[in-house]
Design a protein around this ligand. Structure first.
Ligand SMILES: Cc1cc2nc3c(=O)[nH]c(=O)nc-3n(C[C@H](O)[C@H](O)[C@H](O)COP(=O)(O)OP(=O)(O)OC[C@H]3O[C@@H](n4cnc5c(N)ncnc54)[C@H](O)[C@@H]3O)c2cc1C
Ligand SMILES: *[C@@H]1O[C@H](CO)[C@@H](O)[C@H](O)[C@H]1NC(C)=O
Ligand SMILES: *[C@@H]1O[C@H](CO)[C@@H](O)[C@H](O)[C@H]1NC(C)=O
Ligand SMILES: *[C@@H]1O[C@H](CO)[C@@H](O)[C@H](O)[C@H]1NC(C)=O
Ligand SMILES: *[C@@H]1O[C@H](CO)[C@@H](O)[C@H](O)[C@H]1NC(C)=O
Length: 542
C-alpha cells in the first residue's frame, strides 16, 4: 500500500482515506497488510476525529530519520544497530492518543510514548526488549494555558519546560515554576520522574507542585485526578514515565518569584584551591538560605596558557531569589570561602535567569524557548548518587585522578535541604528528602560514535564503583529521571517483578512497593511497559 503524495489537496486526501478505510474493512486482507495499515484502520474506527496520513511516518518515508531524531537527546540510541520503530504516530488530539492505546493493545503492537525525548537510555524511542514497536510522539500536543488569577496552568505534555516558563513569564513577572534547568525537557517525561531545578530548595520539585492531571489509562479512557483517584495520582508524580498511562496534561501550581533575582558563576581550578572549597561547599550547600541554590559543575579543562595540560575546574553556578545586596550578605555569613564579589553577580528577571542557568549566551531573547529545541546532542552515559555525609578531600583527589583519564567527563553536584527536607519521603514516589546533602550526577560524553564507546562505558562504571564508599548505601539510591539500565532491566525471559527489585528500591526506596500495588490495580496486564517500568505483582498476572 502506498500513501497519497504530499501534493494532494485536502479533499482528495480525505476521499482517499475514506476509500482506504473501506478497503481495509472489507474482509479480504492480503499479505501486504503491514502493522501500519492495520493500525491506521483501527485508529480510524476508534477515534471520533479522523486521523490524517500526515500524522504517520514509517521507515520508508524520507522524513523518518529526521522525525525519529528530532527530540532524541542521546545519540547512543540513534546508531544504525539500535532497533527502530515500525512507524511514528504524532497525534493531533487527545482522542488520537486514546485510539493509539486501544489499537496497540488490540493489535499487540508494543507502544512507546515520547514527549521531549530526553530519556537517558532512549526508552521513549527505542525498545531493546520487544519488536515490533511504535512511537507515539506527543510533539503536536503542546498547548499551555496560564491562569494567573488561580496561580495555575494547564500544560499539554508535548510542550517543553522552557515553553512553560516562557508562557508564565509572558503573563507575570512574579510567577514561576520550579522544574528543570535544561529548557528542552519534555513536560511529559520530566514531571513523571520528579523534575528538580534551581528553585527546588525553596519550593521542592515540579512533581511536588502538580494539582491535577489528565491521563489515558490502559483501557484508553481519559481520567482526571478525581476519576483516577489519589493512588494513581500519587504514582504518576514521580513514579517514572510510561508505567501507568499516557499523561495528556498536567495542571501545575505556579510559585511566587521576585521581580529581581541574582545569578552568578564562579570557577575555581585545582590550582586555585578547588578541592578545599568543594569540601566546604559540601558542608554548607544544604543549609544555606532557601532562596539560594548553588550547584557545582565539575569538568576536566586545559590550564589557561598551558597547552595540553589539564586540570579540574569546578564552577559554582547559582540562582538567588533576591537582589545582590542580600546575596552578598548571605554568602559572607555562610560561604565566604568562595570569595563571591559584587562583580561576579548579575541582577536579572526570573525568565532571564532561566536562560542563564540553561547556558544560553547573554542577550539571547527568551523567545528562543519557543523553538522547543535542545541546544546540544551527544553520545553519553550517566549515573547518579545521593550523598548524606561530606566526601573527604582525599576521596575527591582520587576522583580528580579518574576525571583526568577521561575525554569528556562531567559531574554536577546539586544541593538539597530547604523545602526538599520538609516534604515527607512518602508524599510522592520521589523519596530522596531529609538527610540528603546533595545529589551527584556523573556523565561521560563523546562525539566519535561507537568507536570508543566500550571504553567510555567502562570508565563511568569504574568511577561509580570507586564512589561507593562515599555515597548513600542500602539502597545506593539513584534518580529515576537519570535512568540507568546498568541498575537492572525488565525483560521477557524472567518475571519483571524479580528483576525490578534491583532498581526499584534505588529509585523509590520504600515507595516502590506502593508503586507496584498501584500498577497491579490499574494495569494488571502490564500494557505500559519498558526496560524499567513498574511491574505488576506476579501473582495477579494470571
Ligand atoms: C540534557 C538534559 C538535561 C536534564 N536536566 C534535568 C534537570 O535539570 N532536572 C531534572 O529533573 N531532570 C533533568 N534531566 C532528566 C529529565 O528530567 C528526564 O530525562 C525526563 O524523563 C525527560 O523527559 P522527556 O519528556 O524530555 O523525555 P522522554 O524521553 O520523552 O520521556 C522519558 C520517559 O517518560 C515517558 N514519557 C514521556 N512522555 C510521557 C507521557 N506524556 N506520559 C507518560 N510517560 C511519558 C517515556 O516513554 C520515557 O520512558 C535532563 C536530561 C537531559 C538529557
Ligand atoms: C511522511 O511523513 C510525514 C511526517 O509524518 C507526513 O506528513 C507525510 O505524509 C509522509 N509521507 C508519506 C508519503 O507517507
Ligand atoms: C531531618 O532529619 C534530622 C535528623 O537527621 C532532624 O533533626 C530534622 O528535624 C529533620 N528535619 C525535618 C524537617 O524533618
Ligand atoms: C534478560 O534477563 C536474563 C535473565 O535475567 C538475562 O540473562 C538476559 O541477558 C536479559 N536480556 C537482555 C536483553 O538484557
Ligand atoms: C531471573 O532473575 C533472577 C534475579 O535476577 C535470577 O536469580 C534468576 O536466575 C533469573 N531466572 C531466569 C530464568 O533467567
Amino acid at each position: 500500500m502506498t500513501f497519497p503524495s504530499k501534493e494532494m489537496t485536502f479533499p482528495s486526501r480525505y476521499v482517499l482515506s475514506l476509500l482506504l478505510i473501506l478497503l481495509l474493512s472489507s474482509a479480504s486482507r492480503t499479505n501486504s497488510d503491514s502493522v501500519e495499515d492495520s493500525f491506521i484502520h483501527c485508529l480510524n474506527s476508534n477515534s471520533d476525529l479522523s486521523v490524517p496520513f500526515s500524522t504517520f511516518c514509517d521507515q520508508k518515508n524520507s522524513s523518518f530519520g529526521s522525525i525519529l531524531q528530532s527530540s532524541a537527546q542521546n545519540l547512543r540510541y540513534l546508531t544504525p544497530s539500535m532497533p527502530k520503530p515500525e512507524f511514528i504516530f504524532t497525534p493531533l488530539y487527545e482522542s488520537h492518543v486514546q485510539a493509539a492505546v486501544i489499537c496497540s493493545k488490540q493489535l499487540g503492537i508494543h507502544l512507546r510514548v515520547r514527549s521531549g525525548g530526553h530519556d537517558y537510555e532512549g526508552l521513549s524511542y527505542v525498545s531493546e526488549i520487544e519488536t515490533p514497536f511504535i512511537i507515539v510522539d506527543l510533539a503536536r500536543l503542546r498547548a499551555i494555558s496560564v491562569d494567573i488569577e488561580s496561580n495555575s496552568a494547564w500544560v499539554q505534555t508535548g510542550a517543553t519546560i522552557g515553553e512553560v516558563y516562557y508562557r508564565i513569564a509572558e503573563n507575570s513577572k512574579i510567577h514561576g515554576f520550579p522544574a528543570g534547568l535544561c529548557t528542552s525537557l519534555g513536560v511529559g517525561g520530566h514531571i513523571t520522574g520528579g523534575a528538580y531545578g534551581s528553585m527546588m530548595r525553596k519550593y521542592g520539585l515540579g512533581a511536588d507542585n502538580v494539582l491535577d492531571a489528565r491521563i489515558v489509562d490502559a483501557n484508553g479512557k481519559i481520567l482526571d485526578r478525581e476519576a483516577m483517584g489519589e493512588d494513581l495520582f500519587w504514582a504518576i508524580r514521580g513514579g517514572g514515565g510510561a508505567s501507568f498511562g499516557i499523561i495528556l496534561s498536567w495542571k501545575i501550581k505556579l510559585v511566587p518569584v521576585p521581580e529581581t533575582v541574582t545569578v552568578f558563576t564562579v570557577t575555581k581550578t585545582l590550582e586555585q584551591g578547588a578541592t578545599k572549597i568543594l569540601y566546604r561547599w559540601q558542608q554548607v550547600a544544604d543549609k544555606l538560605d532557601e532562596d539560594l541554590f548553588i550547584r557545582v559543575i565539575i569538568q576536566a579543562a586545559e590550564i589557561p596558557g598551558r597547552k595540553g595540560q589539564r586540570t579540574i575546574s569546578t564552577s559554582y553556578n547559582a540562582l538567588f531569589l533576591g537582589g545582590v545586596d542580600r546575596l552578598l550578605q548571605v554568602m559572607q555569613e555562610s560561604f565566604p570561602e568562595l570569595g563571591l564579589t559584587q562583580k561576579d553577580c548579575i541582577e536579572t528577571s526570573w525568565i532571564k535567569s532561566v536562560l542563564y542557568i540553561a547556558g544560553y549566551p547573554s542577550n539571547t531573547p527568551p523567545e528562543v524557548l519557543l523553538q522547543g529545541k535542545s541546544t546540544f546532542k551527544n553520545y553519553f552515559k550517566a549515573k547518579s548518587d545521593f550523598v548524606r555525609e561530606p566526601i573527604p578531600e582525599t576521596a575527591l583527589e582520587g576522583l580528580w585522578k579518574r576525571f583526568l583519564e577521561e575525554e569528556g567527563p562531567l559531574s554536577i553536584w546539586n544541593p538539597y535541604g530547604g523545602m526538599m527536607s520538609k516534604i515527607a519521603e512518602s508524599a510522592i514516589p520521589f523519596p530522596h528528602r531529609n538527610g540528603t546533602l546533595f545529589k551527584i550526577q556523573y556523565v561521560t560524553n563523546w562525539q566519535d560514535g561507537e568507536k570508543n564507546m566500550a571504553k567510555h562505558m567502562e570508565w563511568i562504571r569504574r568511577l561509580y564503583n570507586y564512589m561507593a564508599p562515599y555515597v548513600s548505601m542500602l539502597p545506593r539510591a539513584a534518580y529515576v529521571n537519570y535512568r540507568d539500565l546498568d541498575l537492572g532491566m525488565n525483560n521477557k525471559s524472567n518475571t519483571s517483578f524479580i528483576q525490578a527489585t534491583a532498581w526499584g528500591s534505588r529509585y523509590f526506596k520504600d515507595n516502590f512497593m506502593r508503586l507496584v500495588r498501584v500498577k497491579t490495580k490499574v494495569d494488571p496486564d502490564n500494557f505500559f511497559r519498558h526496560e524499567q517500568s513498574i511491574p505488576p505483582l506476579p501473582l495477579q498476572q494470571g
